[in-house]
Design a protein around this ligand. Sequence first.
Ligand SMILES: [Zn+2]
Length: 421
Amino acid sequence: MPINNGDVTIWQQCVNPACGAKHGIDRIIGKCDSCGGGLEYSFEGTWDGIPGDRDDLWKNFPMIPLQNPENIVALGAGGSELLLLEELSGHLNGANLYLKLDCHKNPTGTFKDREASIIMSRIKELGLDNLVFYSTGNTGRAYTHFAAHLNLNSYFFMPRQCQYKNTTFIKKNRENRIILVDDHYPNISPYAKKFAQANGLTSIAPLHDRNESYATVAYEQRQQLPDCRYFAQTIASGMGPIGFYKGHMNMIQLGLETGDDIPTLIGIQSSQVNVMARAYNAGRKELTAADMPAEFPEDLFEPTLNSTNPVNNYPQLYHCLKENDGIITDVEPAFTERKGQPLVAALKKRGINLRTDVERSLLIGYSGLVKLAGEGRFEKGENIMLLAVGRGKDNCTELIEPDAVIDPLTQDPVELFKKLN
Ligand SMILES: [Zn+2]
């Protein structure tokens, strides 16, 4: 059954044009029941576009797939401030840089808390438990934090290489296991899925619900900065811009906007993991596993951006960027170190802590803008909104003791489950 949130009815709709089946939001599903196609949320009805009286992402509740507001688990995620850094205009051809401060506002200090808040609210509403997920770090930390608040059981698989940023700042009960995987990143997701299946647990990554988490950034942008010329974000698998674009499409679906209102998307990658930048700028519509480097250097400038999943998301990102005349660029580590300093100084001056020791993603995003400015992009007075990805907020340096460290080639998933329980 469809659920009516105010005047908006939300469906999980099959993206296969030959099918188009609609499913209610009273289930977490990854694929269409009728044809096995992918799903996306679709919106019908009317919305005035005015935020409700909350200071988190749930201020736009009518646009979020949740049936009952009593199931909201917000923990302060979203609804972040937009900060104008006027002294940086000189590096951007006179454009205005607005930083969307998710790294400062969100409970675990990253924009991934938006995703955790929506997914865990849905988990609560649907009464699910024993959750399995994987990520390079930030998403899984956010999920773990929210699951701990709900007293749920969880199993988070992450690369051993990213353990250095796994500070004890998040909430974690004994029932929230963190398992370090000592292997190449693409091998983590199949193992996590196998672990869930072998032990009868609930695999919750990746879900198409994620798109709607990042759609909330678009709703807030329209409310905070309607005259936004560019939306920029550092990308790993491209979920952020895909979801942001989806948010605008949702508003177009409800008649609140037209295509002209959508800011031009800018995705920024580190040159060390610039698979999508190279593919997009070469006009390629797809990526294959063969495009991924066989080995990554041990001393990656920013390991978090070495996503587990660019091959799967790339076609969708390509589609959004092509429709939108969007841009992907990449920046060298040395350029980022040099050009990122004015941003660090601007934030420090305002008392905003950026954990560049554990993550440089925001510096990469900002220096990408500086690079584009050097290529003649941006004009005086244009508004750029840069989503502050990366880590902020905590000052913690102590690391979480992992519950296990495994080699997925030799570790039996049933034995691992026994050991963890
Ligand atoms: Zn279908």
